[in-house]
Design a binder for this molecule. Sequence first.
Ligand code: HEC
Ligand code: HEC
Length: 371
Amino acid sequence: MRRLIHPVTITMVVLTIIISLPFLLPEREPMVYSDDELRERVLPTKTTTIPQSYDKLLKLVDNPNNPMTVQKIALGKKLFNEKLLSKDRDISCATCHKLAEGGDDNLPTAIGHRGLANPSHLNSPTVLNAALAKSQFWDGRAKDVEEQAGGPIQAPFEMHMRPNEIEDRLNRTEEYVSDFREVFGVDKISFQNVRDAIGAYERTLLTRGAYDRFLDGDDDALSDEAKRGLTLFVTKGCKVCHSGISVGGQSIQKFPLRRYLSDYIGAILEPSIKIKDSPFPFENVGGFLGRDDRLKFRVPILRNISNTAPYFHNGSIDKLEEAVRIMSKYQLGNEFTPTQIDEVVAFLKSLDGELVEYNISKDSMSHSITR
Ligand code: HEC
Ligand code: HEC
């Protein structure tokens, strides 16, 4: 009897109980919300859905330093599709950002001037809804779409132009001289004007889909499977990073957040993936390590994600299911089951949308915000 209550025995018993607790307790039921409760979870007071009218669009995205006007948007659209902006007159923004195909190029990495690939093997992100992001590029180095637009024009592996070459070319084109005079009241076109016009146009590239219709009150817009996926997205923590009206683009976060011993063992067994060059759960093609080489990335926008494969900054992952599995394991530390992955993917598909036609007419011009 004495032996039984020996402190070591007691400690052993207590430890055994603690260790087996997770197996003894009944598994927690997945959360089930009513449609209204789910909407409340998704929409914090400040967030709304993608607006359908030009007035509301201006309230959401207008830039006081570059106020949107109807003419400026039209000029920006022309420039977005203008191959004159590239050295060999063969590449426009639309070459890599195809609006009808999810706003990207569907390639693992971007191909620009004379067939050159992005030196860091970076994947082209979508331009759709990019204006809603708090920063631009995979490392968030540009603050808005106006600043961003200067990048690809000058990158030697994209459009390979210098600002003065752009200015010379456009100032020699009668049609553009008159367009820019009308929009900016200038006699000579500047590189800044070009960026501003393109930025104003990009601010109109917002898409609406089933997700917006559900949040606006249409219970039938999402299937039950997609609602379960949305519930997981909200309750398990995906939404902490992929937040806001654009479902991403609002912050810079570390990826991967967690490492697993099994990955190191896997890397030893699989010689093609060298852990030394691969801090990621996939091959480190291109060697890009995010902002300041610290594995920090601007969180991608998940609207239209089903149309923007392949995934991640270097386009290493082809399947959306695999992207979701990696996220659940490395960002949440809670690897989803195949059923949960299917549910989340069903939800992510509800983020596909159509470009909103803002019926931008001459009348809307007077509505443009003047600050
Ligand atoms: C050769 C292909 C290519 C061309 C041409 C190109 N882009 Fe991109 N775009 C990319 C790549 C690749 C990135 C990501 C680069 C990075 O993060 O460093 C990118 C990033 C962007 C982003 C940031 C989106 C986000 O969510 O961070 C926007 C906006 C954008 N491009 C708009 C434009 C505009 C406007 C033009 C024309 C002036 C243009 N692009 C021309 C490939 C291209
Ligand atoms: C801690 C922040 C964080 C959390 C939590 C998080 N993500 Fe991400 N997500 C990121 C970052 C950062 C990237 C970009 C990583 C890269 O490209 O290297 C990303 C990329 C993605 C991509 C690929 C996007 C693209 O355009 O290539 C998908 C899809 C995605 N996340 C879905 C999810 C889902 C679903 C969840 C929940 C299971 C989730 N994320 C949780 C930060 C997060």
